[in-house]
Design a protein around this ligand. Structure first.
Ligand SMILES: [Cu+2]
Length: 257
């Protein structure tokens, strides 16, 4: 019922991650509450038009309402809102920030946003990211990779292109090179600000293969809309490995040396 309401009535976009369903559930609950309020207010509006019509009340009553029903109704609405916030919204958030998957069981990716693209970095075949330091950051080395660290030699750096295997947690370390951007992948129900100087972890577990658009959810400059040129491809483990291998070859030409 919740799923049907979300998809058919609210028109929520397809969800393709494990935690995405609970985000949709919350949106559906909030809309149910709003629907109940809409019905309630409409009934009250029509009742007030009829009850206080001018033929029955030629002179205004300056004292107004005397009962406490409206107070109780207000209180009931606030109570439902509190329940949604404390027992639905907060647990979703708590799960997302406190139950991060370990890097060992995840596809680990670094992303540095910039005006107006997404820099993506994989640890390469050895599974280890090369050392990074602010002092190495240049226009061509946005991740500040230490050129002397052998672990960084096979790292793969890409633009606007993320591939991940399906049904495995994806752990992204997100940052920004210039201004505040926001990594938004609607199908994964993920949205996280990318802030210069901070490395913020964000994670999701994709459940459906496909190609999903990435958006920037902060108005970051005049080319802001170009950041929707980023795509997330969710594929089988075999396809992912094949893709990674093909990029591994290309990585040599993108070496920072
Ligand atoms: Cu942006």
């Amino acid at each position: 019922m919740t799923k049907w309401f979300g998809e058919k009535i609210l028109g929520l976009p397809p969800v393709a991650s494990v935690s995405g369903r609970s985000v949709d559930d919350l949106m559906v609950y909030v809309h149910w509450l709003m629907f109940a309020l809409f019905i309630g207010w409409t009934i009250y509006f029509l009742y007030a038009i009829y009850r206080f019509r001018s033929s029955r009340h030629p002179k205004a009553d300056y004292q107004g309402v005397r009962g406490h029903t409206s107070n109780y109704l207000e209180l009931a609405v606030a109570l439902v809102e509190a329940v949604l916030l404390i027992f639905v919204a907060m647990p979703i958030w708590a799960r997302n920030v406190s139950q991060m998957p370990s890097p060992g069981e995840s596809t680990v990716i670094q992303i540095v946003a910039q005006q107006f693209a997404w820099n993506v970095r994989y640890p390469g075949p050895d599974g280890v990211f090369g050392k990074q330091d602010m002092k190495f950051v240049t226009a061509g080395n946005v991740f500040g990779v230490d050129p002397s660290d052998p672990a960084g030699k096979d790292d793969i750096q890409l633009l606007n292109e993320i591939h991940v295997p399906v049904n495995k947690p994806v752990l992204i370390y997100l940052s920004s090179k210039d201004v505040i951007h926001s990594l938004k992948i609607i199908a994964m129900r993920v949205c996280q600000d990318a802030i210069p100087g901070l490395r913020i972890p964000v994670w999701f577990t994709p459940t459906q293969e496909g190609v999903y658009q990435i958006n920037c959810a902060q108005l970051c400059g005049n080319g802001h809309s170009a950041m929707s040129g980023g795509f997330l491809t969710v594929e089988s483990q075999a396809d992912y490995e094949k893709w990674l291998k093909s990029k591994g070859g290309a990585a040599a030409t993108q070496s920072f040396e």
